[in-house]
Each structure stands twice: as C-alpha cells, then as structure tokens.
Design a protein around this ligand. Structure first.
Ligand code: NAD
Length: 360
C-alpha cells in the first residue's frame, strides 16, 4: 500500500522528533510491504521565516491532498522569538488553529497510557496504578463554549461578560459515532461525560449519544457527570476505556488524564474529520528549551504515527507493531532524559528512534 503522508516538522524540537517518526514509518513499510510518500509542509515559525505568515493557502491545499498529516510542534519562546513581535493572527499558533478549522478536525483523541515500566513517573499511589492503565479521551473540538457567541458589556453600570455553549444534534452524533467506532477497536466501553443535571446542551448530548449507542450493541455505554469523572480519573483510572465528551470538559479532563501518566514526551494525539483524514501530533509543544540538543523524547510523535496508521489507513497490525516496539524499548530499560530514572540507560532522540526501529 502507498501511504500519502503530509509532514509538518514545525519548530523547536519538531524537526528532530518528526524525523524519528518518519524513520519508524519507513521501517514499518519495509517490514509490512508499504511505501511512505512524504510531502513536506511548512507551518508555524518555519513558514513565517519563509512566507511571512504561519500557514499559506498552498500549504492548506497540499495538506488536503494528503491522506493524513503528521506534525511535530510549532511555536517558539514567546519572550525571545521575533515571531511573537507579530500581531496575534500572524504568530505561529494561528497556523495551527487555521489548519484545524480548514480541515474540519472536529474529533480530538488523546490516549492516556501509563506503561507499567514508567509507573514511577505517575503521581498517583501505587495501589491505584498497579498494572498501568490505558484510556482514550475523545474530545469534541469545533463546537461548544469555545466557539459560541461571547460578549462583554456594561449592563446597568455593571460590567457583564457572556459566553454561550451551543451544540446541535448533528455535531453530537458525528463525534459520538467516532467515539463508538474507536471503542470497537479497543475494549468496547464508552463513558460519556456531561453535566446533564444542569445543562440543556448536556441533556441533548446524553440523548443523542444513547441513540448512537443503539447501533453499537457490543459497546457498553455509561454516563458520568463531569465532576465525578474528574474524581474518578485520579481514584480509579483503570475503569476507563473511551471517554467521550464535549469541548471544554475534554480540554480539562484530557490534561488531567495526561498528568497522571507522568510525562509529556509520551503523549500522542490525533485530530480527525468526517473522512479518514487526520492530523497527528504529540501533545507537547516545541520545547524551545531543549531544541537542537538531540535529547527530546520522540516517543509521543512515534505513537502519533501509530495512531495515524490505525485511524487513517486502517493498518491495525502495523500500529500494534509500533506500540509493542515502544513497550519493549521501555522494558529493555532505555529512557530519554525526561523519563529517566535510576539504573536505566539514557539515550538521545536518534538512538531512541533506532531502538524502536530495531524492535519492529
Ligand atoms: P512544551 O510542551 O513545549 O514544553 C514544556 C516542558 O516539557 C519543557 O520543559 C520541555 O522541554 C518539555 N518537553 C516537551 N516535549 C518534550 C519532549 N518530546 N521530550 C522531552 N521534553 C519535552 O510547552 P511550552 O514550553 O509551554 O511551549 C513551548 C512552545 O510550544 C510555545 O510556543 C507553545 O505555544 C508551543 N506549543 C505548541 C503546541 C503544538 O504545536 N500543538 C502545543 C503546545 C505548545
């Protein structure tokens, strides 16, 4: 199979970590008989340096022509980089918001996996985390409170601010279907998170999710209020498989879930639209503090590439091969600096990529 992949290396550690993920994809291709066609795309600071803006229309067009896009990260140090002297709409991050919108990426997936080998990095008690955990947070990304009408005005001499939270059934149905599809590839459980005891938007959310669930009889659906979910994530994270939720709840819960895994360098993510297309990137930023030193952890980007194989190309076996290789490198004791602990073998970015390739 030929895989037509757009690549945004981006800024800071982006080029270093994406190069390793491309190496791993090429290795998977070699072993399983696929060829990867990579199209380099410029975004963020790298695009500002060449084009004066963080994302050009040509780049959007080129991205749309790919089957999936693998991204590093964009942005620099806001206090020293000249990119941040520009007006906000021309800064690196504006490119990211624009590409999400242009590609209609409404479903954001963030796996939160605690590898048994890294449980020392988890801030929770050992009896809670024994055996590790593996959940997927599925967050609606283009609706809800962050996209609703807002205003700030003086009413009767009092400054008053208003934000509105709107969802329609079409928006809810499409993300719910995505959530159930993904649960079918996992342990077949969906926890839908809302605030249905208070919010109308949550009551509609719960109703539509229940309707979608009827098409997935193999999947168990459970409803949970967001405040309870925030507690359950630290009390018993093992209970979760897919957490399906709206934009703001997902923003908060996905950061909480990431935190309990211990390291940003391990966290992959995917943003999907209604087709098979997706944008895959590590959850962390461009880490300007360590850029160019060859010490960044490439695992989150490599795991994002595995998600790309699974969700955009339906290559589950190949995705499993990458995930297992990462697990084996960790159990063989290799660590980049960010996840280093006593008695383990410290390696750099390139060596970590090589070790993963060797195990595929
Ligand atoms: P950051 O995630 O870049 O860095 C936070 C800390 O985590 C730093 O100490 C960094 O060294 C470390 N870190 C992050 N990724 C790592 C990796 N792979 N290996 C080892 N250590 C890693 O967050 P920040 O410093 O707040 O942001 C830096 C820049 O990144 C900013 O310009 C921000 O806007 C941008 N950013 C971009 C994205 C994106 O491209 N999607 C996301 C978040 C932040």
């Amino acid at each position: 199979m030929q895989l037509n992949i757009g690549v945004i290396k981006g800024d800071g550690i982006g080029p270093e970590i994406v190069t390793e993920a491309m190496k791993v994809l090429d290795r998977v291709g070699e072993v399983y008989g696929h060829s990867c066609e990579f199209t380099q795309l410029l975004m963020g600071g790298a695009s500002i340096d060449v084009n004066g803006i963080p994302l050009t229309d040509e780049t959007i067009k080129a991205a749309k022509a790919c089957e999936a896009v693998l991204m590093g990260s964009i942005g620099g140090d806001a206090s020293t980089s000249p990119w941040y002297q520009l007006e906000p709409s021309k800064r690196p991050e504006a490119g990211l918001l624009k590409i999400r919108k242009e590609l209609n990426l409404f479903a954001n997936l963030r796996p939160a996996v605690l590898y048994d080998e890294l449980k020392g990095a988890c801030p929770l008690k050992e009896e809670i985390t024994a055996g590790g955990f593996d959940m997927m947070i599925m967050r609606e990304l283009t609706g809800g409170l962050y996209f609703g009408e807002r205003s700030t005005e003086e009413i009767g001499g009092v400054m008053t601010a208003k934000d509105s939270l709107t969802y329609n059934e079409v928006e809810i149905r499409r993300i719910a279907k995505r959530g159930f599809d993904i649960a079918m590839k996992r342990r077949k459980k969906v926890t839908s998170v809302d605030k249905a005891n208070v919010l109308d938007s949550s009551r509609l959310w719960r109703k539509v999710v229940a309707e979608v669930a009827q098409d997935y009889p193999e999947v168990t659906l459970e409803n949970m209020l967001v405040d309870n979910c925030a507690m359950q994530l630290v009390k018993d994270p093992k209970q979760f498989d897919v957490i399906l939720t709206e934009n703001m709840f997902g923003d908060i819960l996905s950061d909480e879930a990431s935190m309990v895994t211990g390291s940003i360098g391990m966290l992959a993510s995917a943003s999907l639209n209604e087709t098979k297309f997706g944008l895959y990137e590590p959850s962390g930023g461009s880490a300007p503090d360590i850029a160019g030193q060859g010490i960044a952890n490439p695992i989150a980007t490599i795991l994002s590439a595995a998600m790309m194989l699974r969700f955009s190309f339906d290559l589950d076996k190949e995705a499993d091969a990458i995930e297992h290789a990462v697990g084996r490198v960790l159990s063989d004791g290799y660590r980049t600096g960010d996840i280093m602990s006593e008695g383990k073998k410290k390696v750099g970015t390139v060596q970590m990529g090589d070790l993963i390739c060797e195990r595929i």
